[in-house]
Design a protein around this ligand. Structure first.
Ligand code: 1CP
Length: 340
């Protein structure tokens, strides 16, 4: 049985494009909320291979997406490197970050992350057995810049002002941090592949906060280097890159030969994205809000994106993660529109 998602990542056009959604296992699903409660908390869920397998499978059972994404989080790498990680109820993840006094020299060597991350590899192994034979399995990690923003500031932030101030005033230390995350990320993704991940995705969710040459140094370069090393070790495994918010910068990312697929956020018009399809397979990029509001606009946007992009190898997805207030009926409607 062939997997439509893998076929498209290898450059083929299928009758209808494959579809999956960022954050497809998450709070908009009642069965996810129930399992999370059973686990006792978010981190407990991530490190429980049986329950993580279960929540990864939930959206596949409900919607039969063409790909499943491993249930885990980009902040497990800082955790595995020795940083304190916890979740504030109703707010989100928190790390004891560098601006709060954590010292980079106290991080564990990147090759010592596997003890902590072993349950994640077990989840991947479970999934490669449990998934339907038409569903591809995606592993993932955060890109070094995005992970570093949390390691420095300790939590999410809008414009990353404090992180950029730290970077400007402590460039040598920050570069060292980026290198450590880069090496750990290669090891982590490589281990996910060995465990059974068929595709890996690198999330640079905050690439759009960078400016000027820093986009090259902290987003483009590390993603390029990680993808080169993965290609060397696992030549047949496609790499998806998601440098969110880089606008015209997507063009240079589309030319990285070790990246099979470029994921676009919703700020990019699909008419503009067409030219990137000469270089790379495109994934994207509907506004997640349309799964909250639905209606005619959902339909016209889907038709517009398909009309502009689906005649070349294309993966339908959102421009960012599905939100907790998304309506599952709109997800059903979306899938029907894509597959009819
Ligand atoms: O309360 C809950 O149940 C936790 C919500 C949640 C979920 C469902 C978090 C906390 N992480 C996840 C899972 C997750 N995170 C997945 C796998 C599930 C799937 O996609 O189906 C993935 C791929 C991620 C990746 C992730 N985590 C990113 C990159 C993608 C993106 O959305 O931009 C980022 C930035 C994070 C950090 C993070 N983890 C969780 C939250 C709420 C955040 C954002 C924190 C912030 O900046 O304020």
């Amino acid at each position: 049985m062939t997997k439509k998602f893998l076929s498209v990542l290898n450059g083929n056009v299928e009758k209808t494009p494959p579809i999956w959604l960022m954050r497809q296992a998450g709070r908009y699903l009642p069965e996810y909320r129930e399992t999370r409660k059973r686990a006792g908390g978010f981190l407990e869920l991530c490190y429980n291979s049986d329950l993580s397998t279960e929540v990864t499978l939930q959206p596949i059972r409900r919607f039969n997406f063409d790909a499943a994404i491993l249930f885990a989080d980009i902040l497990l790498i800082p955790h595995a490197l020795g940083m304190n990680l916890w979740f504030e109820t109703g707010e989100g993840p928190r790390l004891h970050g560098i601006l709060d006094g954590f010292k980079i020299k106290d991080l564990k060597p990147p090759d010592e992350i596997h003890d902590t991350l072993d349950p994640i590899y077990q989840t991947v192994r479970n999934l490669s057995i449990d998934l339907p034979e038409t569903t591809a399995l995606i592993g993932f990690a955060g890109a070094p810049w995005t992970v570093a923003t949390y390691m420095v500031f300790g939590k999410g932030s809008k414009d990353h002002k404090e992180v950029k101030k730290y970077l400007n005033e402590n460039t040598e230390k920050f570069d060292q941090l980026i290198d450590i995350i880069k090496i750990a990320t290669i090891e982590y993704l490589s281990s996910q592949i060995v465990a059974g991940a068929e595709v890996v995705k690198i999330f640079d969710s905050w690439a759009g906060s960078l400016s000027g040459t820093d986009i090259l140094k902290y987003s483009y370069e590390p993603i390029y280097q990680i993808s080169c090393e993965l290609k060397k070790r696992h030549p047949s495994v496609p790499v998806i890159a998601f440098p969110r918010g880089v606008g015209g910068g997507y063009e240079m990312f589309s030319k990285i030969e070790t990246i099979s697929c470029l994921a676009l956020d919703q700020s990019v018009p699909s008419t503009w994205a067409q030219k990137l399809q000469e270089n790379v397979v495109i994934q994207g990029n509907m506004d997640p809000l349309l799964l909250v509001t639905g209606g005619e606009k959902l339909e016209t946007e889907v038709i517009d994106i398909l009309g502009n992009l689906a005649s070349k190898p294309f993966v339908f997805n959102l421009g960012h993660g599905i939100t907790p207030d998304a309506d599952v009926n709109n997800v059903d409607k979306l899938i029907e529109l894509i597959r009819k």
